[in-house]
Design a protein around this ligand. Structure first.
Ligand SMILES: *Cc1c(COP(=O)(O)O)cnc(C)c1O
Length: 380
């Protein structure tokens, strides 16, 4: 038996006929880039997220670059972000000639600490990229006032958090709807996945939406007249048509992920594993969408090997923090600069997580974990 970390085939089986119909419709239209399905997906996604505008693009990585460009980030600027994230969160900054400034994360939520953000603000700060890691929003309402006062652009990295929300003052706000730009990835394994690369940026005013729409087609508002140099980052019609089908299911799939997470929690408690294993914590007020189910585990590397021997696939997100990546060495960070992120890199383990994961499979995962720690004890 193998238990994969995710299984797209099981998910496809649930939507196959609708997806084929959607792709067929695009093939009949022979309209492959942007077009009516992209416009329809943008307005349906904006309605779901409760943002006035959404602009499709080619990937989540491009969404970040486009948003920073629209925010006017360039050489000499600083952008504050998390060191505990996927590479694209920081490469979008250096690609534009700006400097990433990393603020450490919280040990329980794995998200950026707003106190750290407050300390990182300087007169050169131009933008702030909170990353809603693993499907849980940062404590957005605790963002320092200095960000608003100094008109520092907010660029949320929502690649892992489609549909996640946070309640504050009795009001629900989804990721991507906190008043700045929201950057989404629809990479196939993300909670709302396309069947290829795709991304999107949400925003709150018409001029930003127009700017993003220009930037994704080489900076041209009118064909062949270029106001500025943009990117080639268009969303394909086939991907948009697929995303329209999948968007209708996202609430069901998110609730299924949350149920998988709840079952893991119960199994850890039943097996008395809450010492060597720290389950992910859902910050009060948050709706965690469990893009990943990431625990902190004692003897992580040995545990991962043991599980692999049992056919259980787990992953480490992330083994090396961004501030220690060789390509960002010029930012001037060292081992010890951001201790929480560094220590998490040695402890975290993502267990199998997808909507269709069976409870029997979860029991097998947790039994194997219990066996690993029992073996350790008997050897000690
Ligand atoms: C996946 C991801 C991205 C990049 O999205 P792509 O569509 O793969 O380019 C950016 N940030 C985070 C946190 C991600 O997980």
């Amino acid at each position: 038996m193998t238990i994969p970390s995710f299984d797209l085939k099981r998910n496809y089986a649930r939507v196959e006929s609708e997806i084929k119909e959607a792709i067929d419709r695009v093939l009949s239209s022979q309209h492959f880039v942007l077009g009516p399905d992209v416009a329809a997906f943008e307005s349906e996604a904006a309605a779901y997220l409760e943002t006035p505008y959404a602009v499709g693009c080619a990937s989540g990585s491009d969404a970040l670059v486009l948003a920073l460009m629209a925010a006017g980030v360039g050489p000499g600027d600083e952008v504050i972000t998390s060191p505990f994230s996927f590479f694209a969160t920081a490469s979008c900054i250096t690609r534009l000639g700006a400097k990433p400034v990393f603020a450490d994360v919280e040990p329980d939520s794995y998200n950026i600490s707003m106190e750290g953000v407050a300390r990182a603000v300087t007169p050169r700060t131009k933008a702030f990229i909170p990353v809603h890691l693993f499907g849980q929003l940062c404590k957005m309402e605790e963002a320092p006032d200095a960000l608003k006062d100094k008109k520092i652009a907010l660029v949320e990295d929502c690649a892992q958090a489609f549909g996640a929300h946070r309640v504050h003052d009795g009001k629900i706000t989804r990721g991507g709807a906190w008043g700045g730009f929201g950057c989404f990835s629809f990479f196939p394994t993300k909670n709302l996945g396309a069947y290829g690369d795709a991304g999107m940026v949400t925003c709150f005013n018409e001029s930003d939406a127009k700017e993003l729409s220009r930037l994704r087609v080489h900076g041209a508002a009118e064909t062949y007249i270029h106001e500025e140099v943009g990117l080639n980052s268009r969303l394909d019609s086939i991907q948009a048509a697929i995303l329209r089908v999948r968007l209708k299911k996202i609430e069901t799939w998110t609730e299924e992920r949350r149920e998988v997470a709840r079952r893991y929690g119960l199994l850890f408690a039943e097996r008395g594993l809450e010492g060597p294993i720290t389950p992910p914590s859902e910050t009060p007020g948050n709706r965690h969408t469990y893009h990943q189910y990431v625990v902190k585990a004692e003897r992580r590397d040995e545990l991962q090997k043991f599980l692999a021997g049992r056919g259980i696939v787990t992953r480490v997100y992330y083994p090396l923090p961004l501030h220690l990546q060789p390509c960002f060495a010029s930012a001037g960070y060292k081992q010890g600069s951001l201790p929480v992120a560094e220590s998490l890199c040695g402890q975290v383990l993502a267990l199998p997580m997808f909507p269709e994961l069976l409870s029997e499979e979860q029991e097998a995962v947790v039994s194997a974990m219990a066996e690993f720690y029992a073996n350790l004890k008997s050897r000690a």
